[in-house]
Design a protein around this ligand. Sequence first.
Ligand code: UD1
Ligand code: UDP
Length: 392
Amino acid sequence: MKVLTVFGTRPEAIKLAPVIAAMAADPAIDQRVCITGQHREMLDPVLGAFAIRPDHDLALMRPGQSLNRLASRALGALDPVLQEERPDRILVHGDTTTAMAAAVAAFHRRIPVGHVEAGLRTGDLGRPWPEEMNRRCIDAVADQLYAPTPLARANLLAENLGPREIVVTGNTVIDALRLAEARLGSGQEAARIAELAPLAAPGARLVLVTGHRRESFGQGFEDICTALADLAARQDVRIVYPVHLNPQVREPVHARLGGHPRIHLIEPLDYLPFVWLLRRAHLVLTDSGGVQEEAPSLGTPVLVMRDVTERPEAVAAGTAQLVGTDPAAIVAAAARLIEDSAEHARIARIANPYGDGAASGRILAAIKGEPVSEFAPDPAIAAQPAPVALTA
Ligand code: UD1
Ligand code: UDP
């Protein structure tokens, strides 16, 4: 069976890497990899970390290009690849413009689509924008839906999509995290980690920050910057913020926070050093999807700087709290985690609701038409109501 995996951004690469590794080890699969290059600097290190050698690189990134320009160039560039490779199936991940365009391009060529991380929903097309539309569109055309959690499967079933194969796999990010953690013990990463060690030195609480959601551009990022400046007024806090390369993020963040003695604005980190820092962080302030899923495995509480989340399992389990972008709410929630060590320790011990590290094997089995033993999270966690939105 010939499988073509298509991706273009950092999180897709991280989360597809274990699936690509599983397919590479299986002689029944003839695998090809196509990257759109929607990201460049943030994608290439992930390819290196997981030793992925793409067969096709469409090199689509242009500084600050519009979503329509990116989507139309992706459709145009993917078509000849599909014609040349004639795969039996393509695999896409998540909710990016790359994933949506690849799914539509394959649909137009009547090639079956497998969707990794299917079924995530906020129910609000504007948040996250445009990702909520992208994942709905992919789920509409995919014939195999690899839902990471039972809730994601329930979301898909509620949409009455018609005959589809839906398999609960766990999230492949946990598989990726395990591969990364195994590598962190090796001497190869020691030099890069030594560079970061002073940032994680004892004496202050390390607060790690990431952020890039388009619906927060403008006032949302202004508010996030205000919150970080207010939090950094505390002498016992050190903020480390690897700033996303999107100019709509970089410009306000550097203009507002550059030069602060307790706020370290650094370049995006490669995956392994990022995992190392996330483990050492006292808490993480983020709007990232992947970070919400990884942090519970590393014992790091998450404050989600968004009003809605498609990952309510973390909120239900207690590993993440929705705080929005209001500065006072962000500072109050962070202060609580800094001052209440018993509460921090309780959260750090909660089991991860997103996976058990075996998701890629389940996806491979589904691709091959073999029976799958599905991922089942801790029943106590799965039974909790999962709120998607911030309540006043
Ligand atoms: C994209 C995805 C988002 C995902 C995020 C992960 C879409 C619409 N958005 O958002 O779902 O969560 O990636 O990070 O698909 N840039 C660089 N170098 C890079 C990457 C980006 O310079 O390696 C700059 C470029 O100016 C680029 C801009 O950032 O045009 C925006 O990149 P883009 O991929 O369009 O969107 P993201 O905001 O990264
Ligand atoms: N990440 C990274 N370096 C960084 C920040 C994040 O490698 O400087 C990783 C992080 O561990 C997670 C993924 O990138 O696996 C999340 O990507 P991002 O936040 O860009 O996208 P999202 O998950 O929100 O789609």
